[in-house]
Design a protein around this ligand. Structure first.
Ligand code: NAP
Length: 253
């Protein structure tokens, strides 16, 4: 990251689920490029630790605990951002849950509800709260998944919620135009806590590396670079699009 630019100077960016993994790297990237970043996740301790890490890199950062499916905490995230920084230029909706490996037809209703609530509905409700404060050159990026295109058996319903984000990107890109661009990143497999059940299994990991044209898993920095591009003015004529960042894993034409 030695040669990164300063595309976000003067911008305010909210990133959900950003105290580790992909969300943290996105916050770091936007922050190093000059943004004031607002990070959040469920646990205050994780928020405090991530704030310190980002501050130690010279980043202007504000941390707010926010479980994305808690209405009061979402409202507080938006209100406290506006109180501190006065506006919102970028929203990165990154939180997700993957609570089951069951087949879709064997998934309990409560689990279906949780997947919908966290992976799709919370993103919409957060944007409802954020919308009045978005600047007239603002940008939203959803974090979907390669599984959106072909949901695997063990991640079926999770994949379907990620497919929904592709549709949401299209729908909101029209609804929020012309002042707000809405795009999406579909990561391949990235070794994080979230993906540990896949990437820590050596034979599964090797298989995924082999299937990718670039013969490796993704990094959180790979995802951050793509997200920063879509959120930045470099993508000023791009809206309603999904960028697949998966090392050449099969997705779509
Ligand atoms: P991760 O490293 O496990 O990080 C998850 C982050 O989310 C943590 O900061 C966690 O902190 C926070 N979090 C979890 N549940 C939350 C909730 N309900 N509300 C708010 N914050 C919450 O995960 P990751 O791999 O970076 O995943 C991030 C996104 O990338 C997800 O949307 C995931 O679907 C997507 N993705 C990941 C991969 C992959 O291979 N890793 C591939 C495709 C897509 P707390 O514990 O403090 O809440």
């Amino acid at each position: 990251m030695e040669k990164i630019g300063k595309r976000f100077t003067g911008k305010v960016a909210i990133i959900t689920a950003s105290t580790q993994g992909i969300g943290f790297s996105i916050a770091e990237r936007l922050g190093l490029e000059g943004a004031s970043v607002v990070i959040s996740s469920r646990k205050q301790k994780n928020v405090d630790e991530a704030v310190e890490k980002l501050k130690s890199k010279g980043i202007e950062v504000f941390g707010v605990p926010c479980h994305v499916s808690n209405a009061q905490q979402r409202k507080n995230l938006i209100d406290s951002t506006v109180k501190k920084y006065g506006k919102i230029d970028v929203v990165i909706s990154n939180a997700a849950a993957n609570p089951t490996v069951n087949a879709i037809l064997d998934t309990q209703e409560s689990v279906l509800d949780k997947l919908w609530d966290i992976n799709v509905k919370a993103s919409i409700l957060l944007l409802q709260d954020a919308a009045p404060h978005l600047t007239n050159r603002s940008s939203v990026v959803f974090i979907s998944s390669i599984t959106a295109f072909q949901p695997p058996a063990s991640m079926g319903m999770y994949g379907v919620t990620k497919t929904a984000l592709l549709g949401l990107t299209k729908a909101l890109s029209t609804e929020m135009a012309p002042n707000t661009r809405v795009n999406c990143v579909a990561p391949g497999f990235v070794p994080t806590r979230f993906a540990d059940f896949i990437t820590s299994n050596e034979s599964v990991r090797k298989d995924l590396e082999e299937k990718a044209a670039l013969k490796r898993l993704g990094t959180t920095e790979d995802m951050a670079a793509a997200t920063a591009f879509l959120a930045s003015d470099d993508a000023s004529y791009i809206t309603g699009e999904t960028l697949v960042v998966a090392g050449g894993l099969p997705s779509r034409l």
